[in-house]
Design a protein around this ligand. Sequence first.
Ligand SMILES: [Zn+2]
Length: 428
Amino acid sequence: MLNEIIYRIGVMKRNPSMNACYKELKKTEFASREELDKLQNERLQELMVFCYQNSSYYRNIFLAQKVNPIESVFKVSDLRFLPILDKKTLIKENESIHTIKNYNFKKLFFSETSGSTGEALTFYKDERWDSYNRASINRGLSWFNVNPWDRNGYFWGFDFNFFKQFKIKFFDMLVNRFRLFSYSDKELSVFLKKCRKAKYLEGYSSMIYEVAKLANKNGIKIDNLSLIKGTSEKIYPYYHKETIKAFGCKIVSEYGAAESGIIAFECPEGQMHLNEETAIVEVVDGRVIVTNLIARSFPTIRYDLGDFVELSEEKCSCGREHKVLKEVTGRVGSNILGENSTFYPSLTLYYVFKNIALQHGIELAYRCEQKVLGQLDVYIEHDMTKKLVKILDNEFKKYFNGNVSCNYYSTQSVRVKGKKLKDFVSFI
Ligand SMILES: [Zn+2]
C-alpha cells in the first residue's frame, strides 16, 4: 500500500501524463487488426505534420521527396519512400532533428546512449514520450499480474563504490527494489533470501542466468515469482532451463531502445508483440527499421536500430492482434575477418550455434572474440571434448570455408563480469 502511494506520487511529479497514456494503451490491448492499422495511420499523419512544422531536418527531407503532410494524407505504406536514418545521422544532424527550439515542451528529460559503436548520442525526451514508454512497460507487466510498485529484484552492471551503493540503495528503497552488487556467496544468499518476498525480477538476462545457475548449484528454489523480465540483451533459449528450475519461470523478453522506446513485449503465451500504438516496425533486408509514433522533441522516422530481426505472420493464441516479432537474431555491422580479405557478419555465429542445437541437440552458451586476422577465439560453457570440437569445426567450416581458424576454450561462464554480454567482440 505504502509502496503504491510512493509510486503514484513519484509518477505525478515526474510523469503527469502517464496515467492517461496507460489507459490509452490498455484500451487497445485487444484491438482488432483494422483498429490498430487505423490508429497507426492517424498517429503517423500527426507525427508527419509535426515534423514538417517543427523539425528543419525532416522538413528538408520531405521537400526533397515532395511530401507535404499538411496537404495530403501520408500513410504507413508511404513510409518506404522516405530515406532510412542511421545513428550517425542522429548524431551529426542532432540539432536540426530536434524540435525543442520551435516547439515549447512543458518538460524535457535529457537522455544519453553510448552504444556499442562508441560514439555517444544525446537527445531530449519530451514528457509524453517518456510517459508512453513507462506506460508501455507497465502494460507488459500487467499481462503477468505485476504492478510496477511490487517488490522486485534488479540485475544490472555493478561497478559501484561505497557511496554510490548507498545512494542507489536509497533510491531502490523508494521504488521497492533490491539488487545484486556482486556475486560473492554472502551477497548472493542475501539476494536470494530477498527474492522469496519479491513479485518479479528484471535486468540483464545473462546475469539472471548466472544467478539461476548458482542457485541451482546450491539447491535453492524460489517459487513465488510472477515474472522474470530480461532487457537489453539477447535471451538465449538455454537460459530458461536454469531459471525455470531456480525461480519457476522463464525469462520474458522486453525489446526496445532509448531512441525508439518499447518496441515489443512478450505475452504470457510466449510471443513478442510489437508495441504498435507507439512504434511502426518495418523489416528491410532483415534489419529492423523503427518509426517512433510518440516522440516529438527528437523524432525518429525510419530509424535503423542495427538489429537483424524476423517477424512472424502467425496469430497468437492470447488474442492480441499486435504483430509478432519472432526473433532478434543479431547485431548489424560487426564482421569476423578471415584470410584473403574475406569477412563474415557476426550473425554467422547465430547460425552456427543454432545448427548445432538443432542437429545435435547441444545448446551452447558462447562468446567469441577476434584479436588476430583469420582467427577466432570461441569461449564455451561446456567441456571441450574431441567430439564437440569436431562438431564445431564442421559447422564453422561450412560458413568460413577455411578462411578463419577457431581456438576453443572451455569456461565456467561466458559472461565478462559487470558487462553486458555480447556474442562477438572484435579487437581488430
Ligand atoms: Zn500473445
